[in-house]
Design a protein around this ligand. Structure first.
Ligand code: ZN
Length: 228
């Protein structure tokens, strides 16, 4: 352990993104206890089916996997909050690598050619300084050894998903929000579309539809967390 890092830990203690306990010098982002106890989905067929149901009758999705199970006020909500508002880009990369290693056990790396994060509107990205979905995609890309791309799909409208609207209105509201900027990169590719959290699936549905319209051969969905 670098003595300088030890001193830094002493004056600016780093805390676990999930439970907020102080990390030891040998832990990064998530403490050992949370590593074991975080509510993870098992990447098996049952989970895949439960999560894929969110897209049934809407868009054809080959696989839907989420890493962590979202519960209100739970550790996973704390993690998501930090990814969104606390500039925790390295945490998103870290989670991507961790999830990717687990997906590799099921040979998921052999089922995709490209990873794409759900884009933020450029104004929003500039304000936040990063897109947490892209950071997660980068981590997945490193462990799965599958390329990721941040420019093929873009967000052209600022519209947010509005959870108080009906599914249909929400969908209509989001039409035209995303555009494929580089169709050559999308055509005939098996793509994993990546986001931080899967709730209603409306955003992923609209973004995924654009990829399919551009000739994406097979679409899978990967998210850091999902609410059942
Ligand atoms: Zn912890």
């Amino acid at each position: 352990m670098n003595p300088l890092n030890l001193a830094k830990d002493l004056f600016f203690p780093r805390i676990c993104a999930a439970c907020e306990n102080i990390l030891t010098p040998y832990e990064n982002h998530i403490c050992v206890s949370c590593h074991i106890h975080l509510p993870k989905f098992t990447p098996d067929d049952i989970t895949k089916e439960i999560l894929s149901k969110k897209f049934w009758g809407k868009i054809p999705v080959k696989n839907t996997y989420s890493f962590l199970q979202f519960t209100k006020n739970g550790p996973v909500q704390r993690i998501l909050h930090q990814l969104k508002y606390r500039n925790k880009t390295e945490l998103a990369v870290y989670l991507g690598k961790w999830f990717g290693n687990e997906l590799k056990i099921n040979d998921f790396d052999k089922e995709i050619d490209l990873i794409i994060g759900v884009p933020l509107h450029p104004v929003k990205k500039k304000r936040r300084g990063y897109n947490q979905a892209d950071c997660f995609a980068k981590g997945l890309s490193e462990s799965l050894q599958v390329p990721y791309n941040e420019e093929a799909l873009i967000r052209v409208s600022f519209t947010e998903t509005q959870t108080n609207k009906s599914r249909f209105k929400r969908f209509r509201n989001m039409e035209g929000v995303f555009e494929v900027e580089k169709p050559d990169l999308i055509k005939n590719k098996r793509i994993a579309l990546v986001d931080d959290v899967l709730t209603t699936g409306a955003t992923l549905e609209v973004a995924g539809l654009e990829l399919l319209k551009a000739g994406c051969q097979e679409l899978s969905i990967l998210t850091i967390a999902a609410a059942l």
